[in-house]
Design a protein around this ligand. Structure first.
Ligand SMILES: NC(=O)c1ccc[n+]([C@@H]2O[C@H](COP(=O)([O-])OP(=O)(O)OC[C@H]3O[C@@H](n4cnc5c(N)ncnc54)[C@H](O)[C@@H]3O)[C@@H](O)[C@H]2O)c1
Ligand SMILES: [Mg+2]
Length: 337
């Protein structure tokens, strides 16, 4: 295949099920709740423990595709998402299993699941069950494949655009305009008044989950300005001090770069004016309350015990890291905003 000629890099390709669906397969060897993921390239002599969630790496994708009557030409749609420690490039491919109009419409999900002895699960679920490295690969795959899917045509000429080999850009052959994948910056801020932190709920969140306050950067804004505006807009507070914590790529709703910060408001200026068009609820929580929830942050446990009225985003989410940081290092020295 000319696309990959001479690169010897297409050793591991993992299959990505289209868009909002699934990227990971679950083996039937395991009980319903135990998560063991098909990892074809690791299956022999793998030292990985069996209770880990894994991406399905398919070493022999071409053979599998031909078994399902597919032309290996579809491999040209794959995109480069990373590299192993052994310098093998990893590509992701959208199998388009849900799309009747797709060129891959003849690929049957059930047949593939049987061949892989697993089942596809939702990406939103998979992301929180994978290890950090695999979750990051999936997140990249989801965002990049989705971007390619949405940028099939040139917005100037209306002509079809063409993906380059790695998938790092698309070009319009009629006018040579180059399109690069986009990332939208989002600030996520944990606001504190010195002793309590502010947690909020959007109606779209899973039931009972509270998180830090987030918002997209507007054109022309600095991060600091976005933090101040979002906090003022959503809960009516004025930021006194602000400092950066960390960042994370996040594939929902599209490709965002989450920039996490801690902000403090002046004691005595903590009255909330919750913007109910953006938030369902917002409230101050003590360090003890938050620490308790962090310790047993599993919604089903909480429902059973009935002891804890809310839960927090899972470990992989940067919101979780931000909240944990606040609980553990309450006195880290903030910089003026
Ligand atoms: N990883 C995490 O821990 C974590 C936690 C909370 C939120 N988030 C993410 O942060 C994102 C932003 O938070 P929010 O919803 O409160 O933002 P927000 O407060 O800016 O409100 C969202 C609204 O902003 C508008 N908007 C402006 N620019 C946009 C763009 N580029 N893309 C989409 N919508 C845009 C839309 O009308 C949208 O409905 C969410 O999509 C969510 O996925 C991640
Ligand atoms: Mg918001």
């Amino acid at each position: 295949m000319s696309l990959y000629c001479g690169t010897a890099c297409r050793r591991k390709i993992f299959w990505c099920y289209r868009l909002l669906s699934t990227y990971v397969t679950k083996t039937r060897i395991c009980q319903a709740r135990i998560l063991e993921w098909v990892a074809v390239s690791f299956s022999r002599g793998s030292s990985r423990s069996r209770d880990q969630t894994r991406i399905a790496y398919i070493a022999e994708l071409e053979r599998l595709l031909s078994k399902f009557g597919q032309d290996s030409q579809i491999l040209e749609d794959s995109v480069l998402i990373g590299c192993s420690e052994e310098q093998e490039a990893w590509f992701a491919l959208d199998l388009g299993l849900n799309s009747s109009s797709s060129i891959n419409a003849s690929l049957q999900k059930a047949e593939i699941e049987t061949a892989l002895q697993g089942s596809f699960i939702k990406l939103t679920k998979a992301l929180f069950e994978l290890n950090v490295k695999d979750a990051s690969l999936l997140s990249t795959a989801q965002a990049l494949l989705r971007w390619h899917d949405a940028h099939q045509f040139c917005s100037r000429s209306g002509q079809p655009t063409k993906k380059n080999v790695s998938g790092s850009k698309r070009v319009c052959p009629s006018n040579n305009i180059i399109y690069y994948p986009q990332v939208a910056p989002v600030v996520i801020t944990l606001v504190s008044d010195g002793t309590r932190c502010l947690l909020v709920r959007q109606s779209s969140f899973p039931k009972g989950m509270y998180s830090a306050l987030a918002g997209f950067c507007d054109i022309g804004e600095s991060l600091e300005e976005t933090v101040r505006r979002e906090i003022a807009e959503e809960v009516g507070l004025e930021v006194d001090r602000l400092h950066y914590s960390a960042s994370q790529h996040w594939p929902f709703p599209n490709s965002t770069l989450m920039i996490a910060c801690h902000a403090t408001v002046k004691p005595g200026q903590t009255e909330l004016q919750v913007n109910l068009r953006e938030l369902e609820a917002a409230a101050w929580f003590s360090r003890d309350e938050v620490a308790t929830v962090l310790r047993r942050n599993n919604p089903s446990n909480q429902q059973q015990s009935g002891a804890v009225p809310f839960w927090l985003p899972p470990k992989l989410a940067i919101a979780h890291q931000l909240i944990k940081e606040w609980v553990e290092k309450p006195t880290c020295s903030p910089l003026p905003a």
